[in-house]
Write a protein that binds this ligand. Sequence first.
Ligand code: BGC
Length: 746
Amino acid sequence: MRPSVRGKAEPFILFFSILFSCSLSLPSVLAQSSAASRPWTNTSLSPDERASMVIKEMTLDEKITLLHGTGMLGLSALSPEIVHSNGGAGYVVGIQRLGIPGIQMSDAAYGVRSSGENGRYSTALPSDLAGAASWDLDAAYEYGALIGRELRAQGYNMTLGGGVNLTREPRNGRTFEYLGEDPVLAGKTVGAVMKGLQAQHVIGDIKHYALNDQESGRNAVNVNIDKRAARESDLLAFEIGIEDSDVAAVMCSYNRVWGDYACENKYLLTDILKKDWNFKGFVLSDWGGTHSAAKASAAGLDHEEPGWVFYSDELKKDVESGTVPMAELDDHVHRILRAMFATGVIDDPPQRSVVDVFGDLEVAQKIAEQSIVLLKNDQSLLPLDAGKLHSIAVIGPHADVGMISGGGSAQVDPPGGNAIMPPGKGNTHWQEKIWFPTSPLKTIRAKVPAASVKFNSGSDPSAAAALARNSDVAIVFAYQWESEGMDLDTLSLPEHQDELIAKVAAANPHTIVVLETGTAVTMPWAARVGGIVEAWYAGSCGAEAVVNVLFGDVNPSAKLPMTFPKSDADLPHPTIVKPPKVTTDADHQGWRRIAAGLPAFQVTYDEGVKVGYKWYDAENKPVLFPFGYGLSYTTYSYSGLKIAPGKNPRVTFTVTNTGNRAGAEIAEVYAALPAAASEPPKRLVGWNKVKLNGGESKEVSVEVDPKFLSIFNVEQNGWQLLPGEYVFMVGGSSQSLPLKETVTLK
Ligand code: BGC
């Protein structure tokens, strides 16, 4: 079969290969076919029927072809098949003879990772975590739809986005790519993102399955956790997302779980994912995460990425010798073909086109505006009154030119390049700080043209404080950068920014801190500043969105999708367990070495189901800002709680906007289970985002999925609703729940 060692691709050939990569797109292939010879082109048949028909015609080699990638462009030598790759992280050769197109995969966590090779424009949405902070499933659908449209415009038919690992460890360097600490919020959000994406006829993906909750030693770590706790926390987020979206692919993770690598873990892949959750799509390995042929195949891994260490010659031999039954191989192939038919990538292949840049920037800005969380607003310092301000100090690293973004495979190339680099030097590199060219300084100047708006980078805190002292208001843009392949040592802001903020606040009490972070941060200065705004990694239009919130054009409505603890010491684990010997996870040249397997080290999540607020609640630890918290420029009150028990209990209550300004309140519903359940004090079971004009009241209802009230019974391998007393609590954050009612459920 194919040679396994390749040299370096020649750029000019790659250029032509990209240029002509559409030449084999499906319509022409289909045009040559007739419905009679290719009955699977009949769109009235089910995806399963169509996939089965194709499989009947396939040779063993063709089947194997679909079960692995062909290497990442730029890391592989040219081969006849690679010339059709679009330059994304993964490419699967199609079966031209049968009219099955290749699969063009791109990373697309918060936008299409366009990468130097592809060289196309992509819109950067606010980070995934920011999306979750909107608690808005319509916005999440739009988030996915935008990515789906831009993938298609760049010639891709599959995303590698969809990260939903729970924020069990907030120092995890990929926290910005995930959706927070609660399985219901995270699961519902990723489900909506994938629905929006797959509606564009792109294969969706949810990752990294499972328990890949830290980056340190991710290829070696073995995760130990109680099974029930896993089903009720990390795995529940996947379960909800997969069920809601019928996603076509799931990426298994690098780490081991309960002794086996996730990508050859039968309990995870077959027993839970394919049987319990009835997942009909295909499982692909994270890049280099395949570690065997027969074992992985039997465990339920359908596809190896990015190359073919195991799922080629070795798998073929195993099939020929009968070690891997043909039916098992056919199931892998069936799942991939089914995914292609079900999502429409065969009937409606992508055509390269020009992205609706302005339309998509508008979507990105709207979502950012809905994602920005107002954490503190002493004496209504915010919103700022543009008509009354004469002088504004804008302080903070690079706040004159850009806003930070999240790194690693999620990185979206900034149009025009990294804002802090000279023009033309904008290509992104693995683990490099990329500042999007969305300038807080310029945007504030445009908002208040009559005021004197001065900038100080903060590198000299005394100079920054002097500027603040002579200004009506000081706005400090503070950042914390994260990337795949690394974890944070601490939740403290880097680069002495705590000292900077403290000095500025001492000079001017009218100090507002805007945080550009990918996870929680500690804030030793919180009591001394007038306002705190969490903007996350705000994307292509971050500055516009932040400034609209600061000046009141937008009334903030977002709420924290994760707890902000008071200190690192309050986290379930004092430090992240590191591998005994540092492994170069980020070294992409090392796929084979990684695939060969690294010696395991142990991480034990003995906090179990107590992730995020469940931990702080159970341990009685005060926090800085609780899960579900966020202020508005108006205020809300809650009244009239009624619970209608039944299979899906219905929680009804009234929310009133007690101020003058229109806004949207995220009304949260929590439940405490009967004591016999031995669960943490409460869990989120639903929410409703209510739009209200000043003074307006609305009665809203939340129907609660019985699964969200259940415990997972490992012996019976199923969800179990314990009979007993359930306390329902309703309010505006996990720690402000003015309505409470107890009902007995049977
Ligand atoms: C990441 C995946 C990503 C893949 C392809 C891996 O390093 O863990 O999330 O999709 O690379 O870029």
